[in-house]
Design a protein around this ligand. Structure first.
Ligand code: GLC
Ligand code: CA
Length: 559
């Protein structure tokens, strides 16, 4: 296994719109980020993935890009961006941009040209097709959008339909046209020449559609997905990106919906990498059906352990995992995998412990380090996210108004997008202005950076401690993974073994006391000593004990 920077690294995700406002307009910006560089540096992180900062009409808040080589004026200027990169690099923090190339905004110059006429030179940058049926009033195929509803939009001007796997303001780029890839290669170069260290590649595995865009199998939830997820041309397209990325030794993490271990190996096997790593979603699907977050069900630790085990074993020694509980598309993990009310702080620390002690690169999403919770707004007017509105419309038909709202409150992406809670001043110290683009979570008076900085045993300080520990001890990074109690409903107990040492991690996922007796694999000769725990007085030696609610302890075998 190669030692590479990203294996030891902890990566932090910033959603710029909600991190810190530097000019009082209620929208986060680069100036705000620069003002918090000390905070980022003290967290101990090695790289930051920035959600899109390019100009965007905000149909999907930055994931609909209208200009790939500029900075969104809401966020600042190119000069400010360059300054930020320089300041972060001075602190040893790498910069990862979000690369959204499955689709553009419908306000992108290419699409504005494309829709002009059927013979416009940009026509083939996108997927245009005649409709079916009399007068072409039915879409060209039966595919559905990730935001629910059909994946095609009729355009009156040229009397054809265009494909959009997401919102209708996000037309899909046509990678059968080689010119499109050449444009993207130039965009990569543009940012890499500015010193950017890599990319998080948005829905990258959707790039390769089946030729002719045939109808999908109607019984699959996302109709047509067999014709665009992990298509046969994926390697070919990724190789074309690599032609540029390789030159700069750039890191990539590819967002990969519904990915499996064999497919991940297809893209990320060491020595033959098309992507450095991928994001899989199984570990954030232990409270829903089929990985569809709207289909909520009760959290199950056994389900979680099972899916984590598949990835831990599946990639070990061949490729490299990513580890995350949260991002800008997920509701807060506190409140899903542990209670948001009873023993919140211990629950958040327990989840932090797992994240920092599995094999892979941990990603922490802004606010997660505070144990932030989902605001679960009651009123639809308080939401901003297009997916939320589209899901609500569909869910209402199936579950009625109340059932729909219940699900939205649980799974809306806006749950992760409320402003970062800096202190207990007005608007959580996020802005000096009166308004914020989305409401602040009212619990900011209780959960915020300032109070958690002062409080020695806060969730924030626990994250700092764990990040430091992980970075100082390669046993955290390079060990194998063995689940020692796969059948336990409440306890997650695993070993990490490597030439650097052995760790035993013991976590009680129940919100109550649970008896623990060390499993056989943890009783081999030698003495295990606690290196960290979320309760101050956890037993220092590994043995029979009663674990308290969300108690989590990391032991190290004395060498
Ligand atoms: C990814 C992004 C999400 C966005 C979608 C379309 O899933 O994480 O926020 O809506 O792609 O770009
Ligand atoms: Ca601002």
């Amino acid at each position: 296994m190669k030692n590479q920077w990203y294996k030891n690294a902890v990566i932090y995700q910033i959603y710029p719109r909600s991190f810190k406002d530097g000019n009082g307009d209620g929208i986060g910006d680069i100036k705000g980020i620069i003002s918090q560089i000390d905070y980022l540096s003290q967290l101990g992180i090695d790289a930051i993935w920035f959600s899109p900062m390019y100009p965007s009409p905000n149909a999907d808040y930055g994931y609909d890009i209208s200009d790939y080589t500029a900075i969104n004026p809401e966020f600042g200027t190119m000069e400010e961006f360059e300054l930020m990169v320089k300041l972060l690099h001075e602190r040893g923090i790498r910069v990862l941009m979000d690369l959204v190339i499955n689709h553009t905004s419908d306000k992108h110059r290419w699409f504005e040209q494309s829709r002009q006429s059927r013979d416009n030179p940009y026509r083939n940058y996108y997927y245009w097709a005649d409709g079916k049926g009399r007068n072409g009033k039915r879409p060209p195929n039966n595919w559905t959008s990730f935001f629910l509803g059909r994946a095609w939009q009729y355009d009156e001007n040229t009397k054809q339909w265009y494909l959009h796997l997401f919102d209708k303001n996000q037309p899909d780029l046509n990678y059968f046209n080689p010119q499109v890839m050449r444009e993207i290669q130039q965009i990569l170069r543009f940012w890499l020449n500015k010193g950017v260290d890599g990319f998080r590649c948005d829905v990258i595995t959707l790039l390769a559609k089946t030729k002719g865009l045939p109808n999908g199998f109607p019984k699959i939830a996302l109709v047509g997905s067999e014709h665009y997820i992990d298509g046969t041309r994926m390697e070919e397209l990724l190789e074309q990106l690599q032609q540029v990325l390789r030159e700069y030794d750039a890191f990539t993490v590819g967002e990969s919906v519904f990915i499996t271990v064999p497919k991940a190996l297809r893209y990320t096997t060491e020595g033959n990498e098309y992507l450095t790593t991928v994001f899989a979603f199984d570990q954030v699907s232990a409270d829903n059906y089929f990985g569809v977050k709207q289909l909520v069900r009760k959290f199950s630790l056994r389900r979680l352990k099972k899916s984590v085990g598949v990835w831990q074993h599946g990639l070990y020694g061949k490729s490299w995992n990513t580890l995350f509980w949260e991002n800008h598309d997920q509701p807060r993990i506190v409140g899903r995998y542990c209670s948001a009310t009873l023993h919140r702080s211990e629950g958040a620390k327990m989840l932090a412990t797992v994240l920092m002690t599995l094999s892979g690169t941990p990603f922490v999403y802004q606010g997660q380090e505070l144990g932030a919770t989902s605001p679960a707004f009651d009123n639809l007017d308080d939401y901003r996210d297009v997916e939320t509105f589209r899901s609500y419309a569909t869910l209402k038909k199936v579950f009625g108004k109340r059932g729909a709202m219940k699900r939205i409150k649980y799974c809306s992406r806006d749950n992760a997008r409320t402003p970062m809670q800096w202190n207990s001043d007005r608007n959580a110290g996020f802005t000096d202005g009166d308004e914020t683009w989305i409401k602040v979570n009212p619990n900011y008076t209780e959960i915020n950076v300032r109070s958690q900085t002062l409080e020695a045993d806060s969730v924030l300080n626990y994250y700092r401690k764990l990040i430091k520990l992980r970075k100082s001890d390669p046993a955290f990074v390079y060990g194998t993974y063995t689940d020692c109690m796969p059948r336990s409903k409440h306890i997650w107990a695993y070993l990490r073994r490597s030439e650097y040492g052995t760790l035993a991690v013991v976590c009680n996922f129940a919100n109550k006391n649970v008896k623990f007796c060390p499993p056989k694999q943890m009783t081999e000769p030698g003495e295990y000593q606690a290196v960290t725990s979320d309760y101050a007085d956890s037993p220092a030696a590994l043995g029979k004990t009663i674990l308290r609610p969300y108690e989590a302890i990391v032991y190290r075998l004395k060498s």
